[in-house]
Design a protein. Structure first.
Length: 148
């Protein structure tokens, strides 16, 4: 029996589309969350450094939020710092909001410094102008009872 190619293609597509969708969904479900992530080796986890200054920018974004700070050295020269934090969802689980930190806020920060000596690092704790203390990282989430 001769089957015209156009009819065969329509039949093949109609039969394979649902199985293709089901297969794709099954593969996505089995893959779980993607844990491909950079390491934190760039931060010296054995040190905690403190700095006080003025927030110049707070980027509430995925995959990590960033906080930028300006301070001055002994000679009065401006020094810029950048701090990496967790994702917005992780921060929200410990009390942060997108409005927690505002440009111009005078804050105190404890952080793990960058190994290369660049100004900045992984933010651990921030104290806001009203005295509110917010934390970041695995130790922080554990203290709040957050397991993921």
């Amino acid at each position: 029996m001769f089957v015209r190619p156009a009819i065969f293609a329509r039949v093949a597509l109609s039969l394979s589309a649902p199985s293709l969708v089901v297969s794709s969904l099954a593969l996505m479900g089995l893959s779980g969350p993607a844990f491909a992530h950079h390491s934190f080796a760039m931060f010296d986890q054995t040190q905690v450094v403190s700095v006080s200054g003025t927030v110049t920018r707070f980027d509430w974004q995925n995959p990590h939020t960033w906080l930028y700070l300006s301070t001055v050295d002994e000679s009065g020269a401006a020094i810029a710092y950048s701090f990496e934090t967790s994702s917005p969802s992780s921060l929200m689980s410990t009390g942060w909001t997108s409005d927690s930190v505002q440009e111009g806020d005078q804050v105190d920060i404890d952080f793990h410094p960058l190994r290369d000596g660049t100004n900045g690092g992984q933010l651990r704790t921030i104290w806001l102008p009203d005295g509110t203390e917010l934390c970041n990282g695995a130790e922080c989430r554990e203290s709040y009872g957050v397991t993921n």
